[in-house]
Ligand binder design. Structure first.
Ligand code: NAD
Ligand code: MG
Length: 362
């Protein structure tokens, strides 16, 4: 068992990473002072695979379970779905100490977290992330949100869970494409903050793709520790937390230009990381050999490293200019200076960005 302790004063909590955790969900919840009525939020896919195990675990620990299934898909991560959950919570008389448990990927986690943060001004929130991306990224850091028709994650809050249970067994039913997409964020952590972890990934990538429990536990826990370290320094994203956006400046543009349908987020980030590595080389900040290592590792994970020709450089640059994280129209990139260390570079000349992007097509 790996435990990652997130130290945020009274909002501190633990992330447990292991196999066999889901059947013990009830035991883990029992240690908190909670009303024994749980709102378990999941979707039909995850619900049919793991809903019964979760419910039995909770019932055996004395909880009454109200199960809510939201439709599968990013398009349902919105206020309309949240409102249905508020209705259910209200009708079933959930009170301030009734926990909301999110059983699912990042969509379920973000939405359930948003509901937990806002219903009665906040009720206890428990994350049981079931995708690799959710285990290494969305369940760490306390961001919860729903989408607005005009943009992703526009309506949200910072709201920390009481507990995160990352059960590695549930990843076995995940599409390989989802596993690869999650690995993009894992590779990101190595590049931005931990050279030794990056080297370990180079040595263990195939074992991760095969979902071997022991290396997976290490990769998930190490990723959570790195994200936690960054988040602890900057809980509400004033500065340094932005290094987590390595690969995301271009990644967001790729997603936006393709209407969020062509790529999994991790795939877009993979192309974004490859481009950022090349941009850092072009700006004389990053050794070419290191860029080759980063790009090779992304490729070995089965992720794209080249931009498809139908997306023009001009459109990509224009889209990056509109990104909500770009301040005053300047192009900001997180760029590596060595494997394990990145800098936030503001005012990257658009000309350099365009020149490098043109080298990134297949
Ligand atoms: P997702 O939640 O849509 O899950 C991907 C697919 O896998 C879905 O079809 C889901 O039903 C299925 N699935 C989930 N677990 C499964 C399992 N164990 N076996 C089989 N199928 C399973 O996508 P995601 O990539 O997990 O999350 C993406 C979301 O996370 C986005 O909405 C994004 O904005 C959000 N996110 C949030 C943060 C944050 O800090 N809060 C960070 C990164 C991403
Ligand atoms: Mg991301």
């Amino acid at each position: 068992m790996q435990e990652v302790y997130i130290n945020l004063g009274i909002r501190s909590y633990s992330i447990y990473v292991d196999t066999g955790l889901l059947p013990r969900l009830g035991e883990y919840l029992k240690v908190f002072k909670l009303t024994p009525r749980v709102l378990l939020i999941t979707n039909p896919v995850v619900g049919s695979l793991y809903g019964a195990v979760a419910e039995t675990a909770l019932m055996n620990a004395g909880f009454e379970v109200i199960r809510a299934e939201i439709p599968d898909g990013e398009e349902y991560k919105n206020l309309a779905t949240a409102e249905k959950l508020y209705d259910l919570a209200y009708t079933r008389e959930l009170d301030r100490r009734s926990p909301v448990v999110a059983l699912g990927g990042g969509v379920v986690g973000d939405l359930a977290g948003f509901v937990a943060a806002t219903y009665l001004r906040g009720v206890p929130f428990i994350q049981v992330p079931t995708t690799l991306l959710a285990q290494v990224d969305s369940s760490v850091g306390g961001k919860v949100a729903v989408n607005h028709p005009r943009g992703k994650n526009i309506i949200g809050a910072f709201y920390q869970p009481r507990l995160v249970l990352a059960d590695l067994d549930v990843l076995k039913t995940l599409d390989l494409r989802e596993v690869r997409a999650g690995l993009a964020e894992v590779i990101k952590y190595g590049v931005i903050a931990d050279r030794a972890f990056f080297v370990w990934l180079e040595e263990n990538l195939e074992r991760l793709l095969a979902l071997e429990a022991e290396p997976l536990a290490h990769a998930v826990a190490a990723s959570c520790r790195i994200k936690a370290r960054v988040v602890q320094e900057d809980e509400t994203e004033q500065g340094r937390r932005a290094i987590l956006n390595f690969g995301h400046t271009l990644g967001h543009a790729l997603e936006a230009l393709t209407g969020y349908t062509a790529y999994r987020h991790g795939e877009a980030v993979a192309m974004g990381m490859a481009a950022a590595a090349r941009l850092a080389v072009a700006l004389g900040m990053f050794p070419e050999g290191d860029a080759v290592r980063v790009i090779n590792l992304i490729r070995r994970a089965g992720l794209p490293v080249e931009i498809p020709p139908e997306l023009s450089t001009g459109d990509l640059v224009a889209s990056m200019r509109r990104d909500k994280k770009v301040l005053a129209g300047r192009l900001t990139f997180v760029l590596p200076v060595e494997i394990g260390r990145v800098e936030i570079v503001r005012d990257v000349p658009e000309e350099a960005v365009g020149r490098v992007l043109r080298l990134c097509y297949n």
